[in-house]
Design a protein around this ligand. Sequence first.
Ligand SMILES: C[S@@+](CC[C@H](N)C(=O)[O-])C[C@H]1O[C@@H](n2cnc3c(N)ncnc32)[C@H](O)[C@@H]1O
Length: 265
Amino acid sequence: MQGRPRPSMPSGRALRTPERLALRMSFRPATGLMTRLKRTEHPAYRHILLRGRGLAHEAVKGHCVRRLTIRRYLRSAPAPALQIGAGPIRLDGWLNSDLIAGDIHLDLERRLPLPDGCLAYVFGEHVIGTLSQRDGVALFAELHRVLRPRGVLRLTTPDLAKLIAIYRDENPMVPPGAYGGFLGELTGKSHQTACQVLNDALRLWGARHTYDEEDLTRKLEAAGFDAVERVEPDESRHAALRGLERHREGWVNQAEALCVEATRG
Ligand SMILES: C[S@@+](CC[C@H](N)C(=O)[O-])C[C@H]1O[C@@H](n2cnc3c(N)ncnc32)[C@H](O)[C@@H]1O
């Protein structure tokens, strides 16, 4: 996408060949596949694309490799931090996970293969909305289980209230036409009406549930989180959670994103 920062990848020259191969397998195809997923509307075809690539990633970065990678990471990191649904985005010092990319294969629709209370931070951007409501609720309980006491979960996801404001032409950041143009860059589609824009915004990337602040807060509290607070994209009281959002350039996150931090008691 134009103007977006590229994922920070370690310099290829500094890497040995197997590491280079592993990086190429886990990050580059994910970038190409992400573009195809954005442009594929048929749910069955999307499912096949995602789960097919997921099987390949699981073969390389799942099972024993994942167990070993997690054990090594938890031993070496003083404040272990997990990125979920990372896609092609690699955060340095974090354990980056996804169905189709990253350091480890992690399917968020299954029990997380992590011990209780092992993580200081979890971050996920534009991923929880790709899960069904039921799987989302189960995931919040799992993330509560794997966080340490006082550990923090940061989630950034499209905000239903902001998207409806775009449809009504009441969003202070962007009118429907310009937002449609932005979506068109991702999907290759053009939009004639605000109705088309809202429908695409709610379905992009195979979204299955679009949260608003109340819905997300209630579900996180029901999962056991003590303090759930809305925060601005990029900002946090916790240094480790600042500047993480990828969609931070210009107006995009301000226009469409809901960002919360939930602390485990
Ligand atoms: C819209 S992309 C967001 C990627 C990245 N976080 C970003 O902001 O650009 C959603 C990501 O969620 C991942 N995903 C979808 N379902 C998943 C699941 N069940 N388990 C783990 N990751 C999943 C996809 O593979 C994809 O990389």
